[in-house]
Design a protein around this ligand. Structure first.
Ligand SMILES: *Cc1c(COP(=O)(O)O)cnc(C)c1O
Length: 363
């Protein structure tokens, strides 16, 4: 009996990439695979994104793991390099680097290289995380253009802070600022993350950078992937390992965080924060057993969760499969019950969970 399993549906993954291309038909796609492909498995996910134009990761180790796995597409380092000694590794492995600060620019200019490196100059238009100041753009751009260590085309990018909210005018402000800044430069432009792709078509430009939506999950507030024609890639399941009867007015689990109002039955399921299930999931967070939703009760523990199955009309028995999230139970919904975002739940799935890759058409 397999406990704590993540079924990764590669046919859904390919469907989501096609959906991205349908939404942004003129843009090239840089598939974002950081954090173990959002918890889905870096190399296997990359192998099944043949139709992406490039990959993007956050760290050089992630990029090296893709090359070690035999992937040959261009790979963009979204935060660039942090140490000048890494520049020859970038060249040797055909990694493209984001440039977002003076250190990186100086290091790249003074490196001794046999061939130039492809760059993405990142400008901060209001996110205020990474990126050069708008006033620095011309000077950075001109220096990159005249460096022998840099490929002639200097790609330009920025990142949105609030694109998941279509009511928020901040995205328009960032978009306009970027458009003005790059107006006189004939280069490839890249702005949109998943939320930009869905919510802000005017941001698509030459390249888009989808992460979350590749995995079938909605980046937009209060929506699920299906609203945007996406299919969940991960199905996280486990099994019922015990059925218990609980009298009225009895507490359940560590700290007695929940108490029965009347006599009920509990299904104990083999999943907990040791598998990456969020410990802060509230009473009532849904799980699916026998095609019905039931709410969890009491604290999530390391290996187990208790589920209130009432009078068990459904006939739930030991060994039954439990879907924690997946095609029948959107991870977006579970995230809301845990006061977090689906990104975090997907990334947090731990190595104890067994991964299985399948190809299943979802209706
Ligand atoms: C993570 C990341 C993305 C992808 O974001 P999603 O919301 O998952 O689509 C795009 N660009 C940058 C710079 C990122 O860090």
């Amino acid at each position: 009996m397999k406990l704590a399993a993540a079924e990764i549906n590669l046919s859904a993954l390919r469907h989501n990439l096609r959906r991205i291309k349908a939404l942004a038909p003129r843009a090239k796609v840089m598939a974002v695979l950081k954090a173990n492909a959002y918890g889905h498995g870096l190399v296997t996910i990359a192998q099944h994104l043949q139709d992406a134009d490039a990959f993007a990761v956050a760290r050089i180790d992630e990029a090296l793991a893709l090359r070690a796995g035999g992937l040959t597409k261009p790979i963009v380092l979204l935060e660039g390099f942090f140490n000048a000694n890494d520049i020859p590794i970038l060249l040797a492995n055909n990694f493209q680097t984001v440039i977002h600060n003076e250190y990186q620019l100086n290091a790249l200019e003074s490196a001794k290289l046999d061939a130039p490196i492809a760059t993405w100059l990142k400008v901060d238009t209001g996110m205020h995380r990474l990126g050069i100041e708008p006033e620095q753009l011309d000077s950075f751009y001109n220096r990159l253009k005249s460096s022998e260590n840099v490929k002639p085309q200097v790609n330009l990018m920025t990142h949105f802070s609030c694109a998941d909210d279509v009511e928020n005018s901040k995205t328009k402000v960032q978009l306009n600022k970027f458009t003005q800044l790059v107006d006189n430069k004939n280069e490839s432009l890249c702005l949109a993350n998943s939320a930009g792709i869905i919510g802000w078509p005017e941001s698509h430009n030459d390249w888009v950078r989808p992460g979350l939506m590749l995995y079938g999950v909605s980046p937009m507030q209060e929506q699920v992937g299906a609203h945007h024609g996406l299919q969940p890639v991960m199905r996280l399941t486990t099994r019922v390992i015990a059925i218990r009867s609980l009298p009225a007015n009895e507490p359940v689990g560590y700290g007695g965080r929940w108490q029965s109002k009347h006599a009920t039955q509990l299904a104990i399921v083999a999943m907990g924060y040791g598998d990456g299930y969020p410990r802060h999931a509230k009473n009532g967070t849904p799980v699916m057993i026998r095609n019905q939703r039931f709410g969890i009760v009491g604290s999530v523990s390391m290996d187990m969760i208790t589920v209130d199955i009432g009078d068990n009309k459904a006939g739930i028995a030991v060994g039954d499969e439990v879907e924690m999230w997946g095609p029948n139970l959107p991870v977006e919904e579970v995230a809301a019950y845990a006061d977090t975002i689906p990104y975090e739940l997907l990334c947090n799935v731990t190595p104890r969970v067994s991964y299985e890759y399948v190809d299943k058409n979802q209706a």
